[in-house]
Design a protein around this ligand. Structure first.
Ligand SMILES: Nc1ncnc2c1ncn2[C@@H]1O[C@H](COP(=O)(O)OP(=O)(O)O)[C@@H](O)[C@H]1O
Ligand SMILES: [Mg+2]
Length: 231
């Protein structure tokens, strides 16, 4: 498990300064959601943390137990499964060992699909497999880049519940990029709004889990939405 620390981080693509002087500390084992308009730099922030892209200025540090070599995984909107490998083989790819692969397939409720091909599964099932594959690597940090964006409403709620349950069991540090404010408030301890290259709101969500859509919930939702919309 690790803490993530961004100090004065800026990222430009040519003349386009996407992120400016970002100061952000993320506690190990916490669940943070990142929201904001399309193109505001959410994916860029995840890619920085995953060390998939270099920062232009500033520093990125990890601290804590596995700080030297944190295991970081990203889940995307598309499942990125290998179509020529069956489900079990897909999960075994990143798994710490085969029995963990089996175990994580059980956790997402799809052990009976282990010899199927990715093409035989629905979109929601494929995302479950992608989640199982990420979990089987025992990540310290799990980054979600709108992983539920293409799912229907019901499947989405099931996946949210599953992510919450597995996060509570395995205690990896979670960062979820989503355009769905309700999803952010349902899952996160903290919701960050990015706009014009900077963190405009850092909202703590201190509600018991599993969360219900009560007055406090909708208060947070409105505050975050208003910040995004600039009203
Ligand atoms: N590889 C890249 N090369 C050039 N510009 C990029 C690249 N990746 C992202 N950008 C630009 O950075 C900005 C933020 O992109 P992104 O982080 O993907 O936004 P979001 O995920 O919030 O929709 C956009 O203006 C986008 O065009
Ligand atoms: Mg994005």
């Amino acid at each position: 498990m690790v803490n993530i620390e961004l100090k004065n981080v800026s990222k430009s693509y040519g003349d386009n300064e996407v992120l400016q002087n970002i100061e952000l500390s993320i506690e190990q084992g916490s669940f943070t959601a990142i929201v904001g308009r399309s193109g505001c730099g959410k994916s860029t922030l995840l890619r920085i943390i995953a060390k998939l892209t270099q920062i232009t200025r500033g520093e990125l540090h990890f601290s804590g137990k596995e700080a030297n070599d944190p295991k970081i995984r990203i889940m995307f909107q598309d499942d990125r499964l290998l179509p020529w490998k069956n489900i079990m083989k897909n999960i075994e790819l990143g798994a710490v060992n085969p029995s963990v692969a089996q175990e994580s397939l059980e956790k997402v409720g799809l052990i009976d699909k282990r010899y199927d091909w990715p093409d035989q599964l629905s979109g929601g099932q494929k995302q479950r497999i992608a989640l199982a594959r990420a979990l089987a690597s025992h990540p310290d940090i799990l980054l979600f880049d709108e992983p539920l964006g293409a799912l229907d409403a019901l499947t989405r709620i099931e996946m949210q519940n599953l992510i919450e349950e597995l996060w509570q069991q395995q205690k990896f540090t979670s960062l979820l990029v989503t355009h769905d404010v309700t999803e952010a408030v349902r899952l996160a301890d903290r919701v960050i709004v990015i706009d014009r290259g900077a963190i405009q709101l850092d909202e703590r969500i201190d509600l018991p889990r599993p969360r219900e859509r009560n007055d406090t919930f909708t208060f947070h939702e409105k505050k975050i939405l208003n910040q995004i919309l600039g009203v």
